[in-house]
Design a binder for this molecule. Structure first.
Ligand SMILES: Nc1ncnc2c1ncn2[C@@H]1O[C@H](COP(=O)(O)OP(=O)(O)OP(=O)(O)O)[C@@H](O)[C@H]1O
Ligand SMILES: [Mg+2]
Length: 319
């Protein structure tokens, strides 16, 4: 697969503040790429640079090999950028609105009607063709906004927080729409501040925090990276004998050299142990406990959930 987007040390400065700081990314052709980070991380600023609306202060970005700062007109022809707030001309009918933007994209004559029909069909808005834009729900307005950026059949879609404000059903419909667009061969970049929202949809993700990249790669890699920061195990102790309570076990385990932290588990008699980064012999703890006379009833690793991975990776990982 070839690269659709490449950024190298992409930086945007507002005064002395760096909203995007030396971001280096590769987005392959055909990817559904999640661009994830908390509020203020620099997602919108990055997308605006890729969409040629903002100029990079430093570094470079290319779309299909074309430099966004040097040849913005060419880049605009192959991208569809959907901003996080979309202005819809409210007193227009849906098809008038799409006609208007087709004209703006330079689509003329019969191909204009065909382009409008095609995007209405793709976004499931045929029935709303003659509806007033003002009458559309938020989910439909958002689909209309997507229809608009599909008119010129772009290769790359840049969607800024497209799922925010949608109800659960509209979110599912939105995901289906993204998958349909992926099938058409489009590369799709979607920003969000929620990782789990995009987890199953994305072929790759980047996590940004405080203007910097903290992770770029497959979704599973993010959970693996957190796992590498220290595996967590729950240990269930059978209590009863004096001096062998879960509390005693907690203090015993705490003193072991390869243990980073211990706390009480969620259940009675349970303790939760975090091992040092890179430590991969947790069974040693089991052995130590048993040798000491503790009765270990269960010993199980805590799976890293996507949301936990996100919280870990964006929690002061970058200073
Ligand atoms: N035009 C501007 N002038 C000054 N500062 C700006 C400008 N645009 C963005 N910033 C700042 O850059 C930082 C990153 O903003 P950006 O909108 O890119 O974040 P974001 O990740 O999209 O956040 P959100 O999830 O809230 O949409 C913020 O601190 C923001 O205040
Ligand atoms: Mg934003």
């Amino acid at each position: 697969m070839t690269d659709m987007v490449v950024t190298e040390n992409l930086t945007r400065q507002f005064g002395t503040f760096r909203a995007v700081d030396r971001l280096s990314l590769n987005i392959r052709e055909g990817d559904v790429f999640g661009f994830i980070g908390p509020n203020g991380a620099g997602k919108t600023t990055t997308l605006r640079m890729l969409a040629t609306i903002l100029k990079p202060s430093y570094g470079r970005a290319t779309v299909a090999g074309i430099n966004v700062a040097q040849r913005p007109q060419e880049v605009r022809r192959i991208i569809g950028y959907m901003p996080d707030v979309f202005g819809v001309y409210e007193d227009m009918l849906v098809y008038e609105y799409l006609n208007f933007f087709s004209a703006a994209y330079g689509i003329t004559g019969a191909s204009r009607a065909a382009a409008v029909d095609k995007v209405l069909n793709l976004t499931g808005l045929e029935e709303k063709r003659n509806a007033s834009c003002r009458s559309l729900s938020r989910g439909m307005t958002q689909r209309l906004s997507l229809a608009r950026v599909l008119l010129h059949d772009p290769k790359l879609l840049l969607l800024d927080e497209p799922a925010s404000g949608l109800d659960p059903r509209a979110r599912v419909e939105f995901k289906e729409l993204v998958l349909a667009l992926k099938k058409l061969g489009k590369t799709i970049v979607i920003s969000s501040h929620i990782l789990s929202e995009l987890g199953e949809l994305c072929t790759a993700i980047a996590i940004v925090e405080r203007s910097r990249l903290v992770y770029c790669g497959p979704v599973e890699g993010a959970t693996q990276q957190v796992r590498d920061m220290g595996r967590v195990f729950n240990i269930q102790i059978r209590e009863g004998q004096p001096g062998f309570s879960a509390g005693d076990a907690r203090e015993f385990v705490r003193a072991l050299p390869f243990v980073d932290g211990v706390r009480d588990g969620e259940r009675p008699g349970q303790i939760s142990v975090r091992f040092a980064p890179g430590f991969n012999d947790p069974h040693i703890v089991n052995k130590e406990l048993v040798t000491r006379g503790y009765q270990v009833e269960a010993f199980s690793e805590l799976a890293v959930r996507l949301e936990d991975a996100f919280m870990q990776l964006t929690k002061g990982a970058v200073q």
